[in-house]
Ligand binder design. Structure first.
Ligand code: HEM
Length: 223
């Protein structure tokens, strides 16, 4: 077996920060009150991470790129037909690819609706003043209701899938997300993971955070 670098450092840091921040968002959102200050801060951090991950999908390590997501109908069929996954599934397998897209899209929708949400007591998103009241109430009801529930459900499915891989397929995917490497029977393309990529990742996250900063200040400037 050959060890192949699958998840570069920036993708791993992205993943564990995202997981911790989503947990913090659920807790602070449920606690409410003074914890909402941290709910807002964590949400801006998640927003920056999501923009970072979008950009990283074009310039990150080989297996973090969008084109490596294996979810064409042909690959899905191949995945369920063959017992040994081909090298193309060394990154995300087809089910993993679909769940990653769903999770990232739902998180993006959740932070976006948060910007326009208003609890009508003491907390309002920074862009509330830019849209009509009906939009605010739609955004708020999604953000506090279905959006939140779907994310919790998808995270639960994510964790159950990882547990299933561990128990039934004897594959420890978590180790790969921690250490970066997976074992492969045949030589496979490795993700680049060196100082040049890390520097690029720092520039990408700074750009992402800058975009979020500009966006959340738009409400104060325009409104
Ligand atoms: C709120 C919690 C979590 C969220 C929102 C989350 C989100 C994600 C996302 C977006 C990816 C795709 C990574 C990428 O391509 O950039 C991913 C992959 C992964 N996550 Fe999580 N995650 C969470 C918790 C966890 C936990 C607790 C574990 C381990 C126990 C875990 C293990 C993994 C693994 C192993 C992968 C790679 C799966 C594969 O090989 O296809 N995640 N997660």
């Amino acid at each position: 077996m050959i060890q192949v670098r699958i998840w570069d450092w920036p993708t791993r840091i992205f993943h564990w920060l995202l997981a911790s921040l989503v947990l913090a968002l659920v807790i602070t959102g449920n606690v409410g009150g003074n914890a909402m200050v941290w709910h807002f801060r964590c949400a801006y951090a998640v927003f920056s991470l999501l923009i970072f991950r979008f950009i990283w999908g074009f310039c990150g390590g080989h297996w973090s790129r969008w084109r490596q997501l294996a979810c064409t109908p042909e690959l899905i069929r191949q995945y369920f037909k063959t017992s040994a996954p081909p090298a193309v599934f060394l990154g995300h397998n087809p089910m993993g690819s679909l769940s990653v897209i769903a999770l990232l899209a739902l998180l993006l929708l959740q932070v976006s609706t948060g910007l326009f949400s208003d609890d009508e007591i003491s907390n309002a998103g920074p862009l509330v003043s830019l849209v009509a009241e009906s939009t605010v109430s739609l955004a708020t009801s999604w953000h506090k209701g279905l959006g939140k529930t779907l994310i919790i459900l998808l995270v639960a499915v994510h964790l159950l899938a990882i547990l299933w891989y561990f128990l039934k397929k004897k594959q420890n995917l978590t180790i790969a997300m921690l250490k970066g490497d997976k074992s492969s029977e045949a030589p496979a393309h490795s993700s680049q993971d060196g100082p040049a990529n890390w520097l690029l990742a720092v520039l990408c996250i700074l750009l992402s955070a800058g975009l979020v900063y500009a966006l959340i200040n738009l409400g104060a400037t325009v409104g």
